[in-house]
Design a protein around this ligand. Structure first.
Ligand code: 6GU
Length: 242
């Protein structure tokens, strides 16, 4: 997969060279390119923004600069992503869809009050798939952190990126629709706290049942909305008794 990120703060994306995403990039599993939007400015001051028509606080990013940049970076079939707090919420399902179905994502990071609305309108009219997405109900200063979130969430689902694909199976927001159960490692006693006995028992069926119970309890306590959204038949009689 190819991912291009356009931003006025390329240094904000530096963490993508680290860890698993950095390794995927080095291994050629992910073709990641970060661009400085100001390379597409044409004035001495490298201006990317201006005052909003209709008045109001803050600045708006100019469509002409974005248009030159996106015309250069978009390829046929690319999916244009616009991070914005007013977008559709990005979820694990979105991450899977993009990892499985897309070959080129272009993430256009806005700053200030956002990007002139004609940019999304123009590319949609030109037949480009455009998705405006939010990473949650809070306000950030720009799209860069939301770009980091999408690159990491999508890249780890690409074939070969996560060493042990089994670790993708039982995680929170996975197929079961539940939060993950608590995990423990050595030492079995730490300060005054013991690892739950069942996990040391070697009894695989009991361990699986305990983990599911914990996942259910945790999800009911922290995210009752996820319990309500479970498919009919997702919970058996034992589950409902937890
Ligand atoms: Cl995608 N952008 C900004 N600026 N703020 C956000 C967001 C995105 N998602 C949540 N808050």
């Amino acid at each position: 997969m190819r991912i291009d990120v356009l931003t006025i703060f390329p240094a904000y994306l530096a963490p993508l060279e680290l860890s698993l995403v950095g390794k995927a990039h080095e291994a050629g599993l992910l073709d990641l390119r970060v661009h400085d939007l100001r390379e597409w400015t044409q004035d001495r001051h490298r201006t990317v923004d201006d005052t909003p028509f209709g008045g109001g606080a803050g600045m708006v990013m100019r469509p002409d600069v974005w248009g030159r940049a996106l015309d250069d970076v978009l390829t046929p079939g690319a999916h244009l992503l616009l991070p914005t707090p007013s977008g559709d919420v990005f979820t694990q399902a979105t991450a899977h869809a993009w990892a499985d179905e897309e070959s080129h994502l272009v993430i256009a990071c806005g700053r200030y009050e956002g990007i002139d609305a004609r940019v999304a309108e123009h590319y949609r009219a030109a037949g480009v798939r455009v998705s405006e997405y939010s990473i949650g109900d809070y306000v950030l200063n720009g799209g860069e952190v939301a770009a980091l979130v999408v690159v990491e969430a999508v890249a780890r689902l690409l074939p070969g990126v996560v060493g042990n694909p089994a670790s993708l199976v039982e995680e929170s927001h996975g197929e079961a629709g539940l939060l993950e159960y608590p995990v423990y490692t050595k030492p079995p006693q730490w300060r005054d706290l013991d690892v739950p006995d069942v996990l040391l028992s070697g009894h695989h069926a009991r361990i699986a049942r305990w983990r599911r119970d914990e996942a259910l309890r945790r999800t009911a306590a922290r995210r009752p909305d996820l319990i309500a959204a479970l498919a009919a038949g997702a919970l058996d009689a034992h589950d409902r008794a937890v």
